[in-house]
Design a protein around this ligand. Structure first.
Ligand code: HAM
Length: 476
């Protein structure tokens, strides 16, 4: 790997290459932002209703935090984690998921002394060196909810209800896939049974699964290759290996789900890909969609393997209990449960379902100017309008009125205000109604009440209306 100095040296004297987006990364352009704003608002509203407080943990953490929580024999740690040595020689990693950091923060900030469960949510970027394909990036975003410090099964059910409601209220048809993977001891028994089952069927497995067989046989169950899926269907099921306590807990979770009429599918092959889970696990699957509506691959991405099939869209999100994680990271024994949803995948679904996500607010007024004195006064007036709660826009660097009118048209404002030399001399302002094209000169001192009156016709009431007074501004 080249150091920045070596990169600079190699680039010196060469024709300049336009820097390019890294593979698996994505720019979110202004026209996309309304989806992100929409999701963020929905997540925050839901968090408030269910009393989850926001937490933000760093993007960079000790590599060992992730290895110890996610497990060293998982795809995330073996293949996907971005870890490197920092300048102090420490091994650090870009966070591939959110639970580990939140648990670290819970322990480090002594949150055990707060009323339990501590309910936290987060929203932000995560990083996995994954193979890019539709809905899969190397930098992606999740929102996650974690309830730490309570083992009651009602918590599991309520969190699943929350996830289900969140999607239902967005008009997104999803199914909740539910399973229990019990304690590590139960899983050990199950692991042995799986090894026995696959021993004689090894040759039918894909190459990856043959490796998984040695390292993490539970992962064989969610391989997407058709042959492996066939074998998985006949494989022993974890539910038959559960200890009594896990069994009882799971039955209670399902009873709560039934009583709240949350639809779910029992999925005995659902094992999740992170080692910290114990007991209840679940995933949110989108309803199948036709092939032509599967998003095209990111530019420059190689063909997806296995190919993206209709309906083969992966989970929107998932989660489960991680009752042993706090303790295994050095905290007190503390049960916990959580989930995370991938925002890129959620937005794909919103687009596919044509969900109305609202427009970014558009300006109502364009402030146009002519000449130096006009520009100065317009700059000031713009500021007054903005502080008065009007939605305004401008193009102060433009000289010609034609260019400014074109912009005003393009931004679809309702009125354009023009301050030119004549208006400066008369202390007036020209108001142009963009729909009718009618222009009217009004006294500058009366401009604000005039605008309020006219905007009212369009149903616009400025947010912090100041009673039509010019606001005090420092003099120019
Ligand atoms: P996860 O299943 O690894 O769980 O990720 C949750 C969701 O993040 C996935 O279902 C997917 O929507 C999204 N996601 C994952 N990788 C990518 C990617 N490369 N590109 C786009 N989206 C992606 C967790 O991360 C757990 N921390 C969830 C959890 C919270 N469990 C308990 N608390």
């Amino acid at each position: 790997m080249d150091t920045p100095a070596e990169v600079a040296k190699k680039a010196a004297g060469k024709p300049k290459r336009v820097p390019q987006l890294l593979r698996g990364m994505k720019d979110t352009l202004p026209e996309e932002q309304r989806y992100w704003t929409f999701v963020r608002q929905r997540v925050e509203a839901m968090a408030e209703l269910y009393s989850y407080s926001q937490i933000a943990t760093p993007l960079l953490e000790e590599t060992s935090l992730f290895v110890r929580s996610i497990g060293k024999e998982t795809d995330v740690i073996e293949k996907e984690i971005y870890s490197f040595e920092d300048k102090g020689g420490d091994s650090v990693a870009l966070r591939p998921e959110g639970t580990a950091g939140v648990v670290r923060a819970y322990i480090e900030h002594g949150m055990l002394t707060r009323p339990q469960p501590v309910k936290l949510f987060y929203i932000g970027p995560f990083f996995r060196y994954d193979r890019p394909q539709a809905g899969r990036y190397r930098q992606f975003h999740q929102f996650g909810f974690e309830a730490i410090g309570d083992a009651h099964p009602v918590l599991d059910a309520q969190l699943m209800l929350l996830v289900y409601q969140f999607h239902a209220e967005l008009g997104l048809p999803v199914t909740l896939q539910v399973n229990s993977i019990g304690t590590p001891q139960a899983r050990e028994g199950y692991r042995k049974a799986l090894l026995d089952y696959y021993r004689t069927r090894k040759n039918a497995l894909c190459e990856d699964c043959r490796l998984r067989l040695q390292r993490n046989p539970l992962r064989l169950l969610d391989c997407k290759q058709p042959d492996c899926q066939l074998l998985a269907q006949e494989a022993p099921q974890i539910i038959d290996f559960l200890d009594e306590a896990s069994n009882k807990h799971f039955v209670q979770v399902l009873e709560h789900l039934d009583s709240m009429e949350v639809p779910y599918v029992l999925n005995p092959r659902l094992v999740r890909g992170l080692d910290y889970y114990t007991g209840t696990v679940f995933e949110v699957w989108p309803e199948e969609r036709p092939a032509e509506l599967v998003e095209p691959l990111p530019e420059g991405a190689p063909p997806a393997e296995p190919p993206v099939k209709p309906g083969a869209q992966s989970a929107l999100g998932g989660g489960g209990r991680y009752d042993l994680l706090v303790e295994s990271l050095g905290g007190q024994p503390t049960p916990a449960i959580g989930f995370a949803i991938g925002i890129e995948r959620l937005i794909l679904e919103l687009k596919f379902r044509d969900t109305k996500v609202g427009q970014e607010p558009t300006p109502d007024i364009f402030v146009a100017q002519l000449g130096d004195a006009g520009r100065k006064k317009a700059l000031r007036f713009f500021e007054e309008l903005r502080r008065g709660g009007f939605r305004v826009t401008e193009a102060f660097s433009k000289d010609g009125i034609k260019a400014q009118m074109e912009l005003a048209n393009r931004r679809k404002v309702k009125f354009t205000l023009i301050i030119g030399q004549k208006e400066i001399m008369d202390d007036t302002i020209l108001i142009r109604d963009m729909e009718s094209g009618i222009q009217e000169t009004v006294d500058y001192q009366k401009a604000i009440p005039e605008l309020q009156k006219r905007l009212l016709k369009y149903g616009v009431v400025e947010k912090n209306g100041n009673g039509g007074q010019h606001l005090p501004l420092p003099t120019a």
